[in-house]
Structures are given as C-alpha cells and as structure tokens.
Design a protein around this ligand. Structure first.
Ligand SMILES: NC(=O)c1ccc[n+]([C@@H]2O[C@H](COP(=O)([O-])OP(=O)(O)OC[C@H]3O[C@@H](n4cnc5c(N)ncnc54)[C@H](OP(=O)(O)O)[C@@H]3O)[C@@H](O)[C@H]2O)c1
Length: 278
C-alpha cells in the first residue's frame, strides 16, 4: 500500500524531531528534511561526533546534542545509529521518548518488538537504501498498531525526503525487503564492476571499460526511472533477433543464468536478515 502525503507535511511539522545518529543515512535524511521545508528549529541532533556540515546547521537553528530538558517534548525520534550501537544508545534515547512520541527507526534488522522494548513510543520500522544520499532512495516502512494516522503521515514525510516510500502491513516482509532494495544497490554496483572486468577481458583499456560500464549502468538506471515501460520491455527494445545483445542475453538468461543466481542471492540475504534480526 502506498500512502500519499500532502507536500506541505514537512513544512507543517511543529513538534520536535530528534535525530539520533547523524551519519551517512541520518545526515542524508536531515538534508532532505531541510530542503523539503522543515523548519531547522524543529530539529535536534544527537551524535557523539557531529560532522562540520551538521555543526554548521546550528546557525540555521538546528539544536545539537541537547539534554532531555532542552529537547522538550519530542514528537518524533528518528533512530539512525548502527544497529549494534542501539542497545547501548537505547537507554539514553528512551529518556527523550514519551507515550506520545513516534519512534521511526531505519536500523537494519531491528524489529518493532525490540524497539518497543528498548525505547517505547509508537514505532515505525523502515528500511531505506543508499541512493537516499542523492534523494533517490526507496524506503519500505511498517507501523506498529499504536501508531496514529498523524504519526504515520509525519513518518512518511520524513522518510519521503530521501526518495520514494512504500508501506507494508506485515513486518515479516522486511527481511525480503532488506534483501531486495536494502542490499540491492550493491548488486547493481557489482554489475558495473563485472561489466567493466568483462570489457577488459574483451580487449578494452581498463579506463575505457570502467567508464563504459559505469555510464551504461547509470544511464540505464535513469532510463528505467524516467520510463513508464517495464524493464522487460526496455530490454526487448534493445534486443534485435540474432543480434549482439541477443547473443549476450542467451548466456545471461541461460541455465543456470542470472535468474537462478539472483534468486539464490536474495534468498541468502533474506536468511541472513532473519538471523540478524533482534
Ligand atoms: N547506509 C545505508 O545504505 C543504509 C541502508 C539501510 C539502513 N541503514 C541503517 O541506517 C543506520 C545508520 O547507518 P549509516 O550508514 O548512516 O551509519 P553511520 O554513517 O555510521 O552513522 C551512524 C551515526 O550514529 C552515530 N552514533 C554512534 N553512537 C551514537 C549514540 N549513542 N547516539 C547517537 N549517535 C550515535 C555515529 O557516530 P560515530 O561515527 O562517531 O560512531 C554515526 O555518526 C544503520 O542502523 C543502518 O542499518 C543504512
């Protein structure tokens, strides 16, 4: 299910948004929030080593490392620390959370039950991916039963600041989500690496092969993004019968081919996500 939220949700936020962990993903979210019109004075950041870029946001009104009293009533806590840091940070973060606080977690493998146990509040568990850094991520979110419609709308707006958002009702899907979109960018980067390597094997100079592979993956991704056609149609559109692309696809779509490999890869990541869940 996709939730559509009015564009002005970020601008209309009047409560405090507390960001715990302003690293790669938390920092990207904060950048997106401010670009989307969230009042910087509504944001407080907790991080033991705040980067110079985020320190500079204090001039716009972002509050850095406030105590519980200075933070005031926290409407939404966004937990973006490493999952392994959460157990340690959780007790400290809990002091900022009341029954009215929405806790939006982007921590991989950290379940709603675990978040409720450590932090309390009304929990939204989300899985973004790394293109969030350029506002082109996709995030899948699932809300606990006690999350109100308003809290969900605010969570949606905060997550949507780094790209698309899909909501699911079944938390059990998050392991497969992690395996497809969370880990997925690495599969695409691997494709660029191996296409370059194959180009070198075929006789191209390394620099040229690397550039061709990189731009082909990036340009094809952009075409897929901008086109309304399914990827299979885009593929068929560049595949003449008996041509060069058909020759290569005969290998990639053979037995065993990319389909079997991808099924195994996603199954391995799903299994690992289940093992790591806590
Ligand atoms: N990057 C991705 O593509 C991606 C995708 C999906 C989900 N995620 C999730 O996003 C979360 C953050 O990942 P990331 O890549 O942004 O990691 P990161 O760059 O290491 O950011 C984590 C930040 O949290 C800070 N931190 C550590 N202990 C803290 C504490 N007690 N209180 C407050 N802040 C604390 C870290 O500071 P120090 O560096 O000083 O320790 C760091 O600035 C993870 O849970 C990850 O599972 C990331």
């Amino acid at each position: 299910m996709v939730t559509t939220v009015a564009d002005n949700t970020l601008k209309n936020i009047t409560g405090t948004i507390l960001l715990a962990g302003a690293g790669k993903m938390g920092g990207a979210m904060l950048t997106g929030w401010l670009a989307g019109g969230l009042d910087p004075r509504r944001v407080a950041v907790i991080d033991p080593h705040i980067s110079p870029e985020i320190t500079a946001l204090a001039e716009q009104g972002v509050v850095l490392n406030p105590g519980v009293t200075a933070a005031g009533t926290v409407e939404t806590l966004v937990a973006a620390v490493k999952p392994q840091m959460f157990r340690e940070a959780g007790a400290m973060l809990k002091s900022f959370v009341s029954d009215q606080t929405a806790v939006v977690s982007i921590m991989a493998g950290t379940t709603i039950a675990s978040l409720q146990q450590v932090c309390g509040g009304a929990v939204v568990r989300a899985m973004p991916n790394t293109p969030a850094a350029i506002g082109r991520g996709i995030t899948v979110a699932v809300a606990a039963n006690n999350v109100s419609a308003t809290q969900r709308a605010v969570a949606d707006a905060l997550l949507r600041a780094t790209g698309a958002v899909e909501w699911v009702e079944d938390e059990g899907l998050m392991d497969a989500v992690t395996a497809v979109s969370g880990s997925g960018p690495a599969y695409v980067f691997l494709l660029a690496e191996e296409l370059a390597r194959a180009g070198i094997e075929a006789g191209l100079p390394e620099a040229l092969a690397t550039k061709l592979a990189r731009e082909t993956v990036a340009g094809s991704g952009e075409l897929l993004h901008q086109s309304e056609l399914p990827s299979s149609t885009l593929r068929q559109n560049v595949t003449s019968p008996g041509g060069t692309t058909a020759a290569a696809l005969g290998v990639l779509m053979g037995e065993p081919g990319l389909r079997e490999l991808m099924i195994r890869a996603v199954a391995a990541a799903t299994t690992r996500s289940r093992e790591l869940a806590k």
